[in-house]
Design a protein around this ligand. Sequence first.
Ligand SMILES: Cc1cc2nc3c(=O)[nH]c(=O)nc-3n(C[C@H](O)[C@H](O)[C@H](O)COP(=O)(O)OP(=O)(O)OC[C@H]3O[C@@H](n4cnc5c(N)ncnc54)[C@H](O)[C@@H]3O)c2cc1C
Length: 405
Amino acid sequence: MENNFDIIIVGGGIVGLATAYKLTLQHPTKKIAVLEKENKLAAHQTSHNSGVIHSGIYYKPGSYKAINCVKGRHELVAFAKEYKIEHDICGKIIVATHESELAHLQKVYNNGIANGVEDIEIIDPDKIKEIEPHCTGIKALRVGCTGIIDYSDVSEKYAELIVAKSPQNKVLTNQKVVAFEKGEQQTTVITTTQRFTAKHIITTSGIQADRMAKLEGSKSDAAILGFRGDYYDLTEKGISKVKHLIYPVPNPKFPFLGVHFTRMIKGGVECGPNAVFVFDREGYSRTSFSFKDTAEALAFKGTWRFFKKHWRFGLDEYRGAFSKTYFLKRLRKLIPDLQMEDIVSARCGIRAMATGAEGEMLDDFKIEKKGNAMHVINSPSPAATASLAYGGEIANMATEYFNLK
Ligand SMILES: Cc1cc2nc3c(=O)[nH]c(=O)nc-3n(C[C@H](O)[C@H](O)[C@H](O)COP(=O)(O)OP(=O)(O)OC[C@H]3O[C@@H](n4cnc5c(N)ncnc54)[C@H](O)[C@@H]3O)c2cc1C
């Protein structure tokens, strides 16, 4: 009886936890469980990200990303204030260093206006120097409402509130879901150690999202490809060269923002991440390899089409992954006086990018529904920033689709 729930959410990253939290607010009498396979919450993308509270300027107006990022940012900042989660709205600049980038910089600004992002302006080289004395550019976009936070702290608070809402709710770690058994009225969710039942299932399994949907009996057209992002830390010598957050103008062909400088809420400044295709979805080293992950990725037509379209980008990213000199060269575009001894190799994170059969990376958040289950297939950046709005959106969809009363 204890393991019987109304809704089970598979995946204790920030999206699963925010969804569960929003469901507890909307349906306080429903029994909700979050099952996480690792021995702690938020163990993958959520704790391996840049910790930036994104403003919402980059995203196509009207997209789920744009709407949920702006709404979610406001909610997140209010949430962080209410629950005393350390954060800082320190602002950032996106810097054009070449004339060829100006048109896209303007487009990003226009998106910001269309998306309702406040406190943004185009600035000239003198103003760039005033904000970031070591940075050189020909024009920049100043975004005052960007901030920094630790998303593990945010996830822990969501978990605490889910359980505080009702002692019947559970957030459980060490529960790797390995099978689902479909019954007439409910589904049995089998983990490596226990069996649970639920009327409704929501999967929010990050880099395992496509596999989890398949395991549950659904079939998504998209497959997840992993892209590792390596970071360097600024050393004691280099740290004074960055005050806030400094970003390049992104390449419009890819959903990555380009290597940037990020002041972290717990101290230090990181530079990165790059975007290197991985052969191991959860392998956090430059040489990690998983036969299963590689075989699956190569069996998917979309992977080959992605390689064919973007081989030049891929090679460039590999070069950056293995050559500190090359990584530094990229960073020097923004801070020309950065030296080799100013940076030291640090951690990495792996992004889950849902990719279609034509090799196209799906740009927007994607949720699929089948039977008594909903599968969150694509939750790339800024899903951490957007988590409260996005979780609310998934909870609204669940209310309607599952006919929750
Ligand atoms: C390098 C990098 C930088 C980023 N920077 C930012 C940023 O600055 N700002 C921002 O807003 N976003 C950023 N993002 C994006 C953001 O981190 C993600 O969009 C967000 O964390 C996705 O959350 P999630 O819950 O979907 O995935 P995850 O955090 O990956 O959570 C999925 C969970 O599912 C669990 N799971 C998988 N399989 C099973 C199973 N069989 N049984 C039980 N549990 C399972 C996993 O263990 C994991 O904990 C970044 C991401 C990366 C990787």
